[in-house]
Design a protein around this ligand. Structure first.
Ligand code: GMT
Length: 373
């Protein structure tokens, strides 16, 4: 099939999922056209059957803001016509599903639209009543809508009061890339032998509750030698630095900023902290589990569908940093218990969230909307 994919190409789970899906589809022989503002950061080396189309945004003094969405819609229409696209797969209703709908009005083709909801469009943007109407349009005009967790489906249905059928297609992981042992060399540069390595990786937005990450770590390091590794960047980055400074934790914290190749970093850790307030899935939790790293997190959104409480990690109420610290210490203090959780985590990632299974699910959805067997 000929599939167009639009996503946010910058660092973030939705861009990762869209890019990995596109590459996997191309490896199965589909023609994949990324229609984006920038090269997706996980695209990596040349992959046969993958094409990249970048949106050029028109700027003009009269236009107070560049018309990015219209430029993308025009690009989608052009690519759909030139390459006979069967499907446009929009990763986020806003703006991509809406742009795809506009594009379809402009083309001669009955190109189908599949929209995947990743969370923020529903849980954050739809809180604004005007944007909510735009997102709803994107949903209703899509031929198929998927969401990355059941929790996100429930939230979407409640918020938009829609009967639209929404299918759950969980995110996925390549367990050959994210695997235990991939971080042995990196670990040596992050911690001394005998020190525990605690990881947090995100875009440092308020919903990630960075203060909680640092507070949980502060309790851990009081009890045992440990280092905190912070990967990523975002609005709360300087706040994190301030909190680390206020708690005199500088010697124990590595601020690594944005990193391209995260698998070895994740595999270098002993525990992942994910105390988010909102999280439709929590791709980083899956990345950690695939590396055999248990997760200490919150009972937010789709996290409980990824992390099995008491089996592959522990989940506490949002903001309950004391419980999270107790759970972390409970795991780190007992080697055989830790090993059991680590084994469970890897097993769950490889049995429930394999990339090949999810690619087949998306292929089936494309075939269905196109009326093919
Ligand atoms: O978490 C973010 O802020 C980034 C956002 C994104 O655009 O990538 O992540 C969302 O999509 C990911 C991939 O499906 C999910 O794993 C994240 O849970 C989701 N983030 C939120 O729901 C806050």
């Amino acid at each position: 099939m000929r599939i167009g994919i639009s996503c946010y190409p910058t660092v973030g789970g939705s861009g990762v999922v869209a890019t990995e899906l596109g590459k996997a589809l191309a490896q199965k022989g589909h023609e994949v056209h990324f229609m984006v503002t920038d090269v997706p950061f996980r695209l990596g080396e040349f992959v046969e059957h993958v094409y990249l189309h970048e949106t050029l945004v028109t700027t003009y003094p009269v236009l107070r803001t560049p018309s990015y969405d219209f430029s993308l819609a025009a690009l989608m229409a052009k690519v759909a016509d030139e390459y006979d696209l069967d499907v446009i797969h929009a990763h986020y209703a806003m703006p991509f599903a809406v742009c795809a709908y506009l594009a379809r009005q402009m083309t001669q083709r009955d190109v189908k639209i599949v929209t995947t909801l990743h969370g923020t469009d529903v849980t954050v943007l739809a809180q604004d009543e005007r944007l909510k109407q735009v997102i709803k349009l994107g949903l209703e005009k899509s031929d198929a809508v998927t969401a990355v967790s059941r929790s996100l489906i429930d939230q979407t249905k409640a918020l938009f009061e829609t009967d639209k059928d929404i299918e759950c297609v969980y995110n996925f992981i390549d367990t050959d890339v994210f695997r235990p042992g991939a971080g042995v060399d990196i670990r040596r540069s992050l911690a001394q032998p005998g020190e525990r390595v605690i990881l947090h990786m995100s875009n440092f937005r308020a919903v990630k509750r960075i203060d909680d990450v640092i507070d949980v770590f502060a309790s851990i390091v009081q009890e045992m030698p440990a280092k905190l590794v912070l990967v990523g960047e975002g609005p709360d980055y300087s706040r994190a630095r301030q909190r680390v400074h206020a708690l005199h934790l500088e010697p124990f914290v590595h601020f690594l900023g944005k990193q391209d190749e995260v698998a070895p970093l994740v595999a270098a850790a002993d525990l992942l902290l994910l105390p988010s307030e909102k999280e439709s899935f929590g791709l980083v939790a899956l990345e950690a589990m695939a590396c055999g790293i248990p997760v200490i997190g919150s009972v937010a959104g789709g996290i409980p569908e990824v992390v099995e409480h008491g089996v592959t990690g522990f989940l506490a109420a949002v903001g309950d940093v004391n419980q999270m610290a107790r759970d972390a210490l409970y795991l780190l203090r007992d080697e055989s218990r830790y090993k059991m959780f680590s084994t469970n985590a890897r097993l769950r990632a490889s049995t429930h969230f394999q990339i090949q299974d999810r690619v087949s699910e998306y292929e089936a959805i494309y075939r269905k909307v196109c009326g093919r067997r």
